[in-house]
Write a protein that binds this ligand. Structure first.
Ligand code: G1P
Length: 292
């Protein structure tokens, strides 16, 4: 490890997008507040970051996302009501959400893409490596959270690490695609990247699934990045440029990943998370048998 090695303590969670794939639900409500069973998707993401050792979280928001900031704040009136009613379990639950981590927010004032969203968090991140977690990707791994797996690789290699999995060939057009060499059990070097390639132009079926650990050198690259796919400043393009200067890795993380920005993916998450809940699984499994 180099003398410059710094631990990963901070995470950036971009939440400024409109969530058009989930209209009409997202017309007046942030998509990140849609609940899987009874917990907003953003809470699963923040819990993953915290369970991975992250201490400070920066939400990159827009003006329609106030409910997310409120969710991670204290709610004194509600707390008083629950206390008065003796509802201790709920009280502890909602207090714990506010105490989970230091959560701050910055505004992305214009919708200029994921790369631009990450750039908005530059002063929060400073000169440290940091994690990025995308809200549309919920990853379930009870033992080692996905972000922790990437941090472990960062700690060993000192390079940026992208969380990837092999996706069906026809779906690679939905993701950042990684071209590299397999150098370990689940580890690749990153030689090249393309954002949302057509299946014909994709060099591999290795897709980036919403988790990253990135060195702060990315900010210079982001400032230099011109609009790419979809006319947006793409994080993928800046990472591709960074991979030319620094070693970069892709790690085939272990875990079940749900695309909760997609209707079917959201339903899959809802059913599978409900079936993991002690208070619901028996009755819900019974119910599913009757309807299927
Ligand atoms: C973003 C990234 C893409 C990544 C994907 C993972 O795309 O740009 O590289 O593979 O998230 O979900 P989005 O789905 O926000 O368009």
């Amino acid at each position: 490890m180099s003398a410059e090695f710094k631990p990963v303590r901070k995470a950036v969670i971009p939440v400024a997008g409109w969530g058009t794939r989930f209209l009409p639900a997202t017309k007046a409500m942030p998509k990140e507040m849609l609940p899987i069973v009874d917990t907003p998707t953003i809470q699963y993401i923040v819990e993953e970051a915290v369970a991975s050792g992250i201490e400070q979280i920066c939400l990159v928001t827009s003006h329609t996302k106030k409910a997310i900031e409120d969710h991670f704040d204290r709610t004194l009136e509600l707390e008083a009501l629950l206390e008065k009613g003796g509802k201790t379990e709920y009280l502890e639950q909602i207090r714990a959400i506010a105490d989970m981590a230091e959560v701050v927010s910055v505004r992305q004032k214009e919708a200029k893409g994921l790369g631009h969203a990450v750039l908005c968090a530059e002063s929060f991140v400073g000169d440290e490596p940091f994690a990025v977690l995308l809200g549309d990707d919920v990853v379930y791994n009870e033992e080692t959270p996905c972000t922790k797996q990437l941090i472990d690789v960062y700690n060993e290699t000192g390079g940026s690490v992208l969380g990837v999995q092999t996706v069906p060939h026809e779906n690679i057009c939905k993701y950042g695609c990684v071209d590299g060499e397999k150098i370990g059990d689940r580890l690749y070097t990153v030689n090249d990247m393309i954002e949302k390639p057509s299946p014909d132009e994709a060099p591999t079926d290795v897709g980036v699934l919403g988790r990253y650990v990135i060195t702060p050198a990315i900010f210079k690259k982001l400032r230099e990045t011109k609009p790419g796919a979809g006319g947006e400043i793409q994080l993928t393009d800046a990472l591709k440029a960074l991979a030319k200067d620094e070693k970069m890795y892709a790690y085939d993380f272990i875990g079940r990943r749900y695309d909760v920005g997609d209707r079917l993916g959201f339903l899959e998450a809802t059913v599978e998370f409900a079936l993991r809940r002690d208070d619901l699984k028996d009755a819900f499994a019974q119910y599913l048998k009757t309807v299927c």
